[in-house]
Design a protein around this ligand. Structure first.
Ligand SMILES: [Zn+2]
Ligand SMILES: [Zn+2]
Length: 215
């Protein structure tokens, strides 16, 4: 599995291309303002994107969906509970002082227990509300291995947690998502966050000041 990431100003939000090494099928996660870099990485890896997966629908995670969808033709997936944010992207932009265009229609909703596949890789989608109502963790790995890499959006960061002061956010819900969903993965599971460097579940269990003593 190949993992490429890119981030640009002003949000420095991480977008990802995850590619099945054997088949070169790929998923594009959270395309934002860095979408051109992600599409270049995709081309460099000779990857074919079969799905655009959103961890949640804050504007920094979705401003590149138009370009991603027109370049790849891939369907866009989201959790239903973040639909109001997705279709409210122009208002989100206004709130932060940015002129944001509406994004294309959503194609598919994540469903409980339904695994997505690309090449020889699988995506298990776990609902992790708190930062936003429809936030998800995308647990991705090879279909014949146990290891999963976690794409957690803005739920958990290296040394921090997501903000809960935006519409639909809730601190108790966020902490419960981290403890009851993310912290059930093994300590060596790598966490790819929406902002900042990667970390691991064990590292955050031990050192994250918002979560120490959680388990
Ligand atoms: Zn966010
Ligand atoms: Zn973000």
């Amino acid at each position: 599995m190949l993992i490429r990431t890119a981030a640009v100003s002003p949000f420095f939000k991480n977008g990802y291309v995850v590619t099945c090494a054997a088949t070169r099928q790929a998923v594009l996660i959270d395309p934002g303002d860095e979408v051109a870099e992600l599409l270049a990485a995709m081309a460099a890896d000779r990857a074919t994107v079969t799905a655009i997966l959103l961890t949640h629908a804050h504007l920094d995670h979705i401003t590149g969906v138009t370009q991603a969808k027109s370049a790849t033709g891939a369907p866009v997936w989201i959790h239903r509970d973040d639909l109001f944010l997705y279709y409210g992207v122009v208002e989100q932009g206004r709130m932060f002082g940015f002129d944001v265009r509406p994004q294309p229609a959503i194609d598919r909703f994540y469903e409980p227990g339904r695994q997505l596949e690309f090449g020889h890789c699988v995506v298990d989608v776990h609902h992790t509300p708190g930062h936003s109502p429809g936030g998800v963790c995308l647990a991705i790995g090879e279909n014949d291995a146990k290891r999963r890499d976690l794409f957690v959006g803005d739920t958990l960061f290296a040394g921090s947690i997501g903000r809960t002061d935006l519409p639909g956010g809730d601190m108790d819900t966020l902490l419960a998502s981290i403890r009851n969903v993310l912290f059930t993965f093994p300590d060596d599971a790598v966490v790819y966050s929406g902002h900042g460097p990667e970390t691991t579940i064990g590292q955050e269990k031990r050192t994250n000041p918002f979560l120490r003593g959680a388990t």
